[in-house]
Design a protein around this ligand. Sequence first.
Ligand code: HEC
Ligand code: HEC
Ligand code: HEC
Ligand code: HEC
Length: 175
Amino acid sequence: MNKKLSSVIVMVVGLLLVFAAAGLYAGTEVKEVIEMKNKAYAKHKKGIVMFTHEKHQDEYAKKHPELYEKGCGECHHDKDNKPLTELKEGDAVENCIECHKKLGEMPKAEKKKMKKEKVPKAEVKSKKLEFHGEALHYNCRGCHKLYNKKIKKMDPKPEKAPTTCKKCHPKVKKK
Ligand code: HEC
Ligand code: HEC
Ligand code: HEC
Ligand code: HEC
């Protein structure tokens, strides 16, 4: 094949790929980055988390398959906490707050009270999970802790999966 013809073919194939990708994206409803600013809150106490949904469900899942055994179901589940492993782009997804209804984190006094009364661990977790903030923290930080523990064993690099407040909630300017 002469050089000119093969470069034309490469260009056409390239263009087709671009269009195919555009078509794929047009079919989805999920934003690449989700602004975690749930409307149920009149005001957020902490800075708004920008959650890189696409990176998490795609790039990180491919890079770290051991953290993503349940696929989408690592984060999405049904009313019985059954992982939605078969979830696909474009499927309707319930917001976490539909089920984890109480706003924010569990009040400290309530946590203390349970500790004093020696409430069993599983029950404490279940009570905490009623809170939206706690459910998100269990999910996000839970996986990040696992990841960092594993990574640090192999290579003590600075953490990439944040576990501290301000790495997820950017500082809000005081007025
Ligand atoms: C690392 C956790 C995580 C993974 C993995 C994940 N998601 Fe999500 N997804 C979320 C969170 C958090 C939200 C925001 C929910 C909310 O605001 O209540 C969300 C929202 C969505 C939404 C709704 C978007 C909107 O704007 O309302 C869809 C649709 C969705 N995800 C599909 C998927 C699919 C399909 C997969 C697998 C290919 C997947 N997700 C994997 C965490 C995840
Ligand atoms: C349709 C209802 C429903 C939706 C929507 C929902 N959850 Fe849950 N979730 C549950 C139930 C029920 C449990 C079990 C609670 C218990 O153990 O007391 C649960 C448990 C959890 C747990 C603990 C998991 C475990 O097994 O240790 C986390 C973390 C969690 N949810 C986070 C989320 C996040 C993040 C979202 C949104 C992406 C979400 N949930 C959406 C109903 C829901
Ligand atoms: C199933 C595992 C898993 C869950 C669940 C998860 N993450 Fe992550 N996250 C990762 C991994 C792995 C990295 C580091 C990826 C890398 O650098 O290779 C990361 C990195 C990040 C980063 C830094 C890089 C970036 O993409 O911005 C932020 C911020 C972050 N996660 C926020 C969140 C939030 C918010 C949630 C919950 C809504 C969440 N993550 C849930 C696995 C997870
Ligand atoms: C891995 C990321 C991550 C880390 C680390 C994290 N959070 Fe969150 N947090 C979230 C996400 C996501 C939400 C859900 C916000 C929404 O959807 O509106 C949330 C919600 C909250 C809320 C309820 C919403 C609000 O702003 O009033 C509070 C309070 C909160 N977090 C406090 C903290 C504190 C304090 C720390 C540190 C001890 C912390 N968070 C660490 C991701 C994180």
